[in-house]
Write a protein that binds this ligand. Structure first.
Ligand code: NAI
Ligand code: MG
Length: 500
C-alpha cells in the first residue's frame, strides 16, 4: 500500500454556508451552527446552519406555497428547467468535484469527479421524462370514459446520507420535481456543501420554494421533517435503523415512503473465474476506492474452494497497488473515512477480526498511528479469510474497507449463504458459464445482480432493495412514476341526456 503526499496549503478560515429556504439563503432561526470537516486532514472547511423544527416549518411552508403553480406547470416545461440545471451543473463539475472530495474524503479522481458528472446526467435523464407522465384509458364501453392521471403527491420530505451526497440528493430532487412535486431536502450533517452548491444551481432556474435544502442533525432537523403533517411523501436514503424510524413516522400519517437502506452484498466467484479481470471487478464491486462506504459494496466474497488461495493472492497484489492518501491529490485512489465515529466503528470490526483465532488476516489491519495517514481518518483495505457467514463481520454492514472471504464447494451452498442475510440490495456473480451465472442471478434475493461486472448504478435502471435493504426504486422512469406520483381515476358517464 503506497501513500500519496499530503499537500497541505496553509489552513484557511472556514467559510460560512447558508441553507436555501423559499429562494433565500438563510441561517437557522436559532442562529446555531455546525462545523463541516475535511476528514482527510481533520481540518474545518465550513460552518453551516444547525437547523431545527422552526426551520423545517419555514421550508415546508415555502414548498406548500410553491406547489400549486409548480404542479400546474406543463410537465415538459418542468423538464426543460431540469435540462438547464443539468447544463449548469456540467459547467461546474470541477468545483463540485473539489467540494465533494473536500467534505467527504472521497478521492477526487476515482470518486468525486465521477459523482459530479453523474449528478448532471441524472438531471438530464429526468429532464427528458416530462412527457412520460402519462395516464391510461380503461375500456368500460362506449358510454363511459374512464381514464387515469399521474398526479404529484405534494410536498416531498427527503433525507440523504453523506456517502454520495450530491448524487443521492439529485436522485430525490430531479424525479420529484419532474413529477410536479415540491421538496424539502435535508442534507447530511457531514456532507452538506456539495448539496448546497447543487441547490444554488437549481435556484438559478426554479421559482422560489420549489426546492428547499436545509441542514442540521438527524433527530433535531430530520426528525421534525419526517413528522411534519404537511409532508405528503417521505424519501430516505441511509441506515436501516433510521429507515425504520422514518417508516414509523410515515405510518402515523399514512404517507407513502421510499427507503434506500443498507446492504451486505455477496460476490460469488466460480472456479472458472480465477482471472485478473475478475479480481479487478471484485475490487470495483467492493468499492475499495470509496473506502467501501457504499450500500452496494460486495463485502462478502464467496470464493470456490479450488481457487481460494490463488484468487486471494491476486487480490492482495492488486489491492496493495492502490494509493491511499489526500482526497484532493490526483494520484490518490483511496481517500478517507467520513468522520471519527465511522472510523472508530470500522477499526472496531478490524480489531474483532484480528482477535479471532480462527480468522486469517490476508492483508490490511489497523491504520497506522504515525505518519501522513495518521493525520486523517484513513482505513486500510483489509481482507479476512476462512471466515464463516455467521460472524458479525459477515453479517453487519461495516461501511468500511473490510472484506470477508468465505469458501464454497457447490453452487447451492454458495447461494444459500449469499441469501442468508437480512439485507438484499446488490450481488455480483463471476463465471464464464452463462448458465451458472444466470441461475445464480435468478436465485439470489437482491434487487440488483450484476454478472461479470461490478459497476455503479446507471440512469434508467430501477435500483432498490429486497428484504431490509429498502422499499421502492430509484434511478428510473418507473421509479419516478411509482415513488413520486399518485394515480387518480376519473370516470365520466357519456349518456347524460342532452339539454333541450
Ligand atoms: P444515518 O442513517 O444516521 O444518516 C442518514 C441521514 O439520516 C442523515 O441525513 C441523518 O442526519 C439523518 N437522520 C439520522 N437520524 C435521523 C432521525 N432519527 N430522523 C430523521 N433523520 C435522521 O447514517 P449514519 O449515522 O451517517 O451512518 C451509520 C451507518 O448507516 C453506516 O455505518 C452505514 O452502515 C449506514 N449507512 C448506509 C447508507 C446507505 O447508503 N445505505 C448511507 C449512510 C449510512
Ligand atoms: Mg447517524
Amino acid at each position: 500500500m503506497s501513500v500519496t503526499e499530503q499537500t497541505r496549503p496553509a489552513a484557511s478560515k472556514p467559510r460560512h454556508q447558508q441553507m436555501l429556504i423559499d429562494g433565500a439563503w438563510v441561517d437557522a432561526a436559532s442562529g446555531a451552527t455546525l462545523t463541516v470537516d475535511n476528514p482527510g486532514r481533520r481540518t474545518p472547511v465550513a460552518t453551516i446552519p444547525r437547523g431545527g423544527a422552526e426551520d423545517v416549518n419555514r421550508a415546508v411552508a415555502a414548498a406548500q406555497k410553491a406547489f400549486p403553480a409548480w404542479s400546474r406547470t406543463p410537465p415538459r416545461q418542468r423538464g426543460r428547467l431540469l435540462l438547464r440545471i443539468a447544463e449548469a451543473l456540467e459547467a461546474r463539475i470541477e468545483e463540485m468535484a473539489r467540494t465533494i472530495a473536500e467534505e467527504t474524503g472521497n478521492a477526487i479522481r476515482t470518486q468525486a469527479r465521477g459523482e459530479a458528472t453523474l449528478t448532471a446526467d441524472i438531471f438530464r435523464y429526468f429532464g427528458g421524462l416530462g412527457g412520460e407522465l402519462k395516464g391510461e384509458t380503461i375500456p368500460l364501453g362506449e358510454n363511459v370514459l374512464s381514464y387515469t392521471r399521474r398526479e404529484p403527491l405534494g410536498v416531498v420530505g427527503a433525507i440523504i446520507p453523506w456517502n454520495a451526497p450530491v448524487l443521492l440528493g439529485a436522485l430525490k430532487i430531479a424525479p420529484a420535481l419532474c413529477a410536479g412535486n415540491t421538496l424539502v431536502l435535508k442534507a447530511a450533517e457531514d456532507a452538506p456543501l456539495g448539496v448546497l452548491l447543487m441547490a444554488q444551481v437549481c435556484q438559478e432556474f426554479l421559482p422560489p420554494g420549489v426546492v428547499n435544502v436545509i441542514t442540521g442533525l438527524g433527530t433535531e432537523c430530520g426528525g421534525p421533517l419526517a413528522q411534519h403533517p404537511a409532508i405528503m411523501k417521505l424519501s430516505f436514503t441511509g441506515s436501516t435503523e433510521v429507515g425504520k424510524v422514518i417508516m414509523r413516522a410515515a405510518a402515523e400519517r399514512i404517507v407513502p415512503v421510499s427507503l434506500e437502506l443498507g446492504g451486505k452484498s455477496p460476490s460469488i466467484v466460480y472456479p472458472d473465474a480465477d482471472e485478473d479481470w475478475v479480481v479487478d471487478g471484485v475490487i470495483a464491486a467492493m468499492r475499495f476506492t470509496r473506502q467501501s462506504q457504499s450500500c452496494t459494496a460486495g463485502s462478502r466474497l464467496f470464493l470456490h474452494q479450488d481457487i481460494f488461495d490463488s484468487f486471494l493472492d491476486k487480490l492482495t497484489r492488486k489491492t496493495q497497488a492502490l494509493k491511499l492518501g489526500d482526497p484532493l491529490d490526483e494520484a490518490t485512489d483511496i481517500g478517507s473515512i467520513i468522520n471519527e465515529k465511522q472510523f472508530r466503528k470500522v477499526c472496531n470490526y478490524v480489531e474483532e477480526g484480528l482477535h479471532r483465532k480462527d480468522a486469517r488476516l490476508v492483508f490490511g489491519g489497523l491504520p497506522p498511528k504515525e505518519g501522513p495517514l495518521a493525520q486523517g481518518y484513513f482505513a486500510m483495505p483489509t481482507v479476512f479469510a476462512d471466515t464463516s457467514n455467521d460472524w458479525r463481520l459477515a453479517r453487519e454492514e461495516i461501511f468500511g474497507p473490510v472484506l470477508v472471504a468465505i469458501p464454497w464447494k457447490n453452487e447451492d451452498d454458495a447461494i444459500r449463504m449469499a441469501n442468508d442475510s437480512h439485507y438484499g440490495l446488490a450481488a455480483y456473480v463471476w463465471t464464464h458459464e452463462i448458465g451458472s451465472g444466470l441461475r445464480a442471478a435468478h436465485a439470489i434475493e437482491s434487487g440488483w445482480v450484476q454478472v461479470n461486472q461490478g459497476l455503479g448504478q446507471q440512469p434508467g435502471h430501477s435500483y432498490g432493495g429486497y428484504k431490509q435493504s429498502g422499499i421502492g426504486r430509484e434511478f428510473s422512469l418507473e421509479g419516478m412514476l411509482d415513488s413520486f406520483t399518485q394515480r387518480k381515476n376519473v370516470t365520466v358517464n357519456l349518456t347524460v341526456p342532452s339539454r333541450a
